[in-house]
Design a protein around this ligand. Sequence first.
Ligand SMILES: CN1c2c(nc(N)[nH]c2=O)NC[C@@H]1CNc1ccc(C(=O)N[C@@H](CCC(=O)N[C@@H](CCC(=O)N[C@@H](CCC(=O)O)C(=O)O)C(=O)O)C(=O)O)cc1
Ligand SMILES: N[C@@H](CCS)C(=O)O
Ligand SMILES: [Zn+2]
Length: 763
Amino acid sequence: MSTIKSSNLGYPRIGENREWKRALESFWNGNISEEELIEKTDEIRLNNLKKQKEQGIDLIPVGDFSLYDHVLDTSATFGIVPERYNYTGGKVDVDTYFAIARGVDDAIASEMTKWFNTNYHYIVPELNNAKPTLVENRALYFYKEAKEKLGIDGKSVILGPITYLQLSKGYEDSEFDQLVDTFTPLYVQILQELAEAGATWVQIDEPIFATNISEDVLAATQKVYETFTKEVPGINLIFQTYFEKVSNYEAIVNLPVKAIGLDFVHGDSLELLKTYGFPKDKVLAAGIVDGRNVWRANLEEKLTVLETIKQFVKEDQLIVQPSSSLLHVPVTKTLEQKIDPVILGGLSFADEKLQEIVILTKGLQEGRTAVEANIKQATEELNNLQATYRSNDQVRKDIANLTAEDAVRHLPFAERIKLQDERFNLPLLPTTSIGSLPQTPEVRSTRTKWRKGEITDQQYEQFVNDNIKRWIEIQEELDIDVLVHGEFERNDMVEYFGEKFNGFSVTEYGWVQSYGSRCVKPPLIFGDVSWDKPITVKESVFAQSYTERPVKGMLTGPVTILNWSFVHDTTPRYDIMKQIALALQKEIEALEENGIKIVQVDEPALREGLPLDHAKWDEYLEASAYAFRLATATAEADTQIHTHMCYSNFEDIFDCIDALDADVISIETSRSHGELVSTFEDNTYTKEIGLGVYDIHSPRIPAVEEIKQNIHRALQTIPPKQFWVNPDCGLKTRKEDETIAALKVMVQAAKEAREEQVALQNK
Ligand SMILES: CN1c2c(nc(N)[nH]c2=O)NC[C@@H]1CNc1ccc(C(=O)N[C@@H](CCC(=O)N[C@@H](CCC(=O)N[C@@H](CCC(=O)O)C(=O)O)C(=O)O)C(=O)O)cc1
Ligand SMILES: N[C@@H](CCS)C(=O)O
Ligand SMILES: [Zn+2]
């Protein structure tokens, strides 16, 4: 009897209809009790497990579910709670757990940052002075729950110690080995308790090994996994990597564990396997179905790859699985009613991907004929999909003819800024915000009514205009210098453009978790991208008509639109990036023609899109900077181009930021508590910079002094002439009263700091 197994690495938490989001937000708003929250989320989790069982998956992940984020869950497991939450030990209660994630009145939230190269965000563990202990064996709880309630002998999923520590902050590099030694026995305890409860498989997620890691870290890893295997011999450990090929293949596959999980979709793991082989005493968990994209797998090709992989392992020591957790794709395509049926036929969300896994496992085990009908169907659907690709000859010609000069502005920054200063005559330390303003339940529900045809286009437009006008008045009242229209007409900064540009399709229910309860619905790119008519001009011009102050046009940049969409591989990614850039160029020209002279082109996904494999960095950064410059190149010299980025470690992309040649960049930074400022210390960055001076992700209203401190800190490295005062991005997620109160404090702080600077200059 063959032993090839089908497996999954993680399942979306959010539920088919975002029930999870609603439960969490109802709890936070005080509309349901903690018991009701637990009841509702238990139901979602058990339903997710049941579905995977019904699909026929052999190794069903348990413990991948979360009330917010799995990295935060790992911190909670070990009682890693920053001092400011007054935690006194024991199991981390729900209120403390959410306080770390979201902040409370007297304690700011922990930093949140991108999970590798995805649009998922995790809560950064703060290890400062922490005394880790095992305060709750969550893995054990979920293992037992699945077994007792559903008869599922699950595969426990835990975040591995090396990745957890590498993603944490609050310690020096020299303390790493000591920390590893501290955590190792705690992990051993988790594993021993799982073994005692009867667990046979445990997936230890170590995605950090898909990045370039040092020899020291590798040595520590060897030691840790030797200990695990020695101390808990009865359990099958899977050392699970994903998102790229591993950087130290030979060392990784020889780690003393039962199985190694590799991504055979991103990065060339197959080439490594062919070159270096695979240990005969190990199981290879082959990530073969793309866990990061929504397109149907070509079963024929996948089976060929699996058959090749099979030659390198002993007998059938193989597990067939997605390339990563399915957290990064929507739940099921069965709800989609409106999308082109041919595109629907070519889609595969989490549930459909699990079907693909089961089919591939069967095909590998029993031979192709056993799954012939499935292969035929997949091939037909994919051929149909390919036949409907919307090609655009003009766009292709334009892309082919592009030169380096096409991506250069009329004048260099030093000349441009003089013209812009003359034109806008802004005060020192000008104030602005990053674009969106509160998308209240009323804004969201009015859009939903409009989409359902319950209100007319005219009524919806009137509603959006009323909000824009009201907020122009509010911003004037607050005395902000550069205003925004507020993005009330947008569901999301990427999906909105996906609805307007040619070449995209959108889904109705294709939600994916981005952070906490917040979800996004990435559009699909399946066609050449082009621009027909203005997209944002109407709202920007309407806003500008109510004020003498400049209103910023607000666009999403080519790199971000590409990175936050589900892109088919029919056309090379960097070509699509250029297509989007050309479309945006036309939009900027349309804004200028209509009197909008400051345009912000957001690029929050630029940093996260940086390939995990350093060898691919240069190509990506060059293509990204080129696309951004292409989008903005035709702007007049006195048009001020802003860009914006969030949550990132900018050191790696500093040169690229400079190469964007944007006149002003705003960076979300307040949650990293000023650490970013030091990035500018040794640099001779001459363009203008706004750093987020307060965290908008918390309902808490900052104090004037607190914001001034952030401004002072920034002014130690950034000359006042270059510095802008703005909040972090994402005001769309806040309530109106909180936003107004916080912006008022921000403007007050900016004015006081401005007066100080003027006084200093007059001395
Ligand atoms: C800035 N960020 C973004 C990222 N990625 C994006 N694609 N967009 C971003 O803005 N990544 C990094 C950061 C942080 N990430 C996010 C992600 C998501 C949000 C957010 O606020 N999401 C909203 C959903 C937004 C949306 O598209 N809403 C739709 C649908 C409205 C809706 O839910 N309607 C209800 C009915 C309502 C009613 O009748 O009362 C329904 O359909 O059931 C819309 O506005 O039309 C979220 O709530 O999760 C922020 C930052
Ligand atoms: N303009 C957008 C940027 C988010 S990264 C906003 O303010 O929400
Ligand atoms: Zn942002």
